[in-house]
Design a protein. Structure first.
Length: 562
């Protein structure tokens, strides 16, 4: 780039600045990050931000990113979630290679570390109930009280902890706590629990263990074991960092990763809590974790979002230190921009209205050439059948239309996309209801390709499908799942009260051009003038096509908010 050319590159975010400096100084020549999901649900768009950050830094700085499952709570975890998370990360375009780990891989080491804390008089077995511990903990303005069991001898603590491991005690009767400072202004440092009894079968270790380590204790040690250099997490863990450092410093681990916090993704018109997403699934408000209205990665994939569009979105919003809200329109624009260049154009009529071209030969069928993409000739073209009877969109006809309505009305001429000029001459209606059943039109055979040799112009161009060859399909029009920007804004109102009743509209008798008859599930196209659509990966099959609307051609919600 010459000195006269402006630098349009975005400046490095603060995390990449840290990694760059660490490489320059030789502190960490090879950065090592990790993506550590808990396998207790499906990943959502918020996780995509973390995935793109952790794997992105590894790729950009010639480092490594581990995939590590934080599987320390077997009561909520399943192998099915492990599988879905792996599929989502791969689909987004990232690979962990041979670096797949589980916190459960380290259960034995974590237990040995806990014994070491006891020996150093930095951990003790506590018999207080959970209610008593809460009472002893204190408040933000008042110090906590020490447990009456805090000063047990090393020998007694070792014996009790062994008994916990052996299953001699009931759940909730004993825990292992770190011995730090009950007067600390940081509540996380007030002798936190680091092990609890859970007599639950683990999806990987079975019934080998009946004690399981807590997240704050497990995470820092797992990072150290894997020699992570930069442990990237969201801002809610900022107050947990002193505990992260305390555990590693107290145990004098040879590797001490640096925890760095960044702002999580807050997106309008949705919720990001796994617990709340689980409610939507379990209570039947959506059809499952991969419902196209869900902002889960599997839901976005089924709806037709591309990996590139999600990566572009994460790049666009960037990484910051302060919480902020991102409008849903930014995500929708990302997929709209991506599909605008990659999705072939096709004809799809959602609400068909029959048109009979009365002066077109009854037995004639011709092939009309149509471009697959108006700006990309490399995508080629296809041939569309055209005959005397076609279907157009019902909304493209209006009786006694105003002057600024540039589509069909009696006596008005329009262009059929790639085909001919037609003029409506009459309307056939149901005698009882008055519903319009079909239009009778004439065509100008000199206007093939959409141009008139006499140079006359028409302002309206409409799409169509041939009546003989059109393929029936179901079209599902998905909209935002919630009708307010922040469903959680009022804590006294159940967030589900804000569900959008029009988030799904199903149209059963739509029609598409015959080129889509054998299209594969997952295929994304643009229905001209309608929006971007994806063939459903679950419910669509040959002879029963189902299209999900990925996104409209324009942001209609921006108009609604004005």
């Amino acid at each position: 780039m010459s000195n006269s050319e402006p630098n349009t590159e975005k400046p490095l975010d603060f995390i990449r600045q840290i990694v760059t400096e660490d490489q320059k100084t030789g502190k960490h020549a090879t950065p090592v990050t990790r993506f550590p999901p808990e396998p207790n649900g499906f990943l959502h768009i918020g996780h995509a931000k973390s995935i793109c950050l952790n794997f992105g830094i590894a790729n950009e700085f010639n480092g490594r990113c581990n995939m590590r499952f934080d599987d320390t709570n077997p009561s909520k975890e399943e192998s099915a979630y492990v599988k879905s998370i792996q599929e989502d990360v791969k689909w987004l375009g990232f690979s962990w290679g041979d670096n797949l780990f589980y916190a459960s891989d380290y259960f034995e080491k974590l237990y040995e570390f806990a014994l070491e804390l006891i020996r150093r008089e930095k951990a003790f077995v506590c018999d207080l109930s959970s209610e008593e511990m809460r009472a002893y903990r204190g408040t933000l303005t008042e110090p906590g009280k020490e447990s009456p069991y805090r000063n047990r001898s090393v020998e007694e603590n070792l014996e009790l902890f062994q008994a916990m491991k052996n299953g001699d005690f009931e759940e909730g009767s004993h825990v292992l706590r770190a011995k730090i400072d009950m007067a600390s202004p940081n509540l996380n440092m007030r002798d936190p629990v680091i092990y609890r009894i859970m007599k639950v079968v683990h999806h990987r270790t079975g019934d080998k263990w009946c004690i399981y380590p807590m997240y704050d204790y497990t995470h820092c040690l797992s990072d150290a074991i894997e020699e992570i250099t930069h442990s990237l997490c969201t801002l809610e863990f900022e107050n947990h960092r002193p505990l992260y450092d305390w555990v590693l410093d107290t145990l004098e681990t040879p590797v001490h990763p640096r925890q760095i916090e960044f702002a999580r993704l807050n997106l309008t018109y949705t919720v990001m809590s796994k617990r709340k997403l689980m409610q939507l699934v379990q209570e039947g408000h959506v059809s499952g974790w991969n419902d196209p209205r869900m902002l889960t990665i599997s839901g976005l994939r089924r709806r037709g979002y591309s990996p590139a569009s999600i990566r572009d979105f994460c790049k666009e919003i960037g990484i910051g230190k302060k919480e902020s809200w991102i409008d849903m329109g930014v995500l929708e624009n990302a997929v709209r921009n991506d599909l605008n260049t990659t999705a072939p154009r096709v004809m799809g009529v959602l609400d068909p209205l029959k048109v009979v071209i009365t002066n077109y030969p009854e037995d004639k069928i011709e092939e009309i050439e149509a471009r697959n993409h108006p700006q990309n000739p490399d995508m080629g073209s296809r041939m569309l059948p055209f005959s005397r009877e076609i279907f157009i969109e019902r909304t493209d006809f209006l009786e006694n239309a105003p002057k600024k309505f540039f589509r069909l009305d009696i006596g008005r001429e329009v262009r059929l996309r790639y085909a001919y000029f037609i003029t409506c001459v009459s309307v056939v209606k149901d005698e009882t209801s008055g519903e319009i059943l079909e239009l009778h039109c004439t065509y100008d055979p000199e206007t093939y390709g959409g141009n008139a040799p006499d140079g006359r112009k028409v302002k309206g161009t409409i799409h169509w499908v041939d009546a003989r060859h059109a393929v029936k399909c179901e079209v599902r029009l998905y909209d935002r799942l919630f009708e307010v920007e922040n469903p959680d804004v009022d804590k006294d109102v159940d967030f589900k009260e804000h569900l959008n009743p029009d988030s799904l509209t199903s149209i059963k008798n739509s029609l598409v051009e015959p080129s889509l008859a054998d299209a594969e599930p997952g295929t994304c196209v643009q229905f001209e003038r309608q929006g971007y659509f994806c063939i459903d990966s679950m419910n669509s099959k040959p002879g029963n096509l189902v299209f999900n609307r990925t996104v409209s051609l324009r942001d209609s919600w921006a108009k609604r908010k004005k």
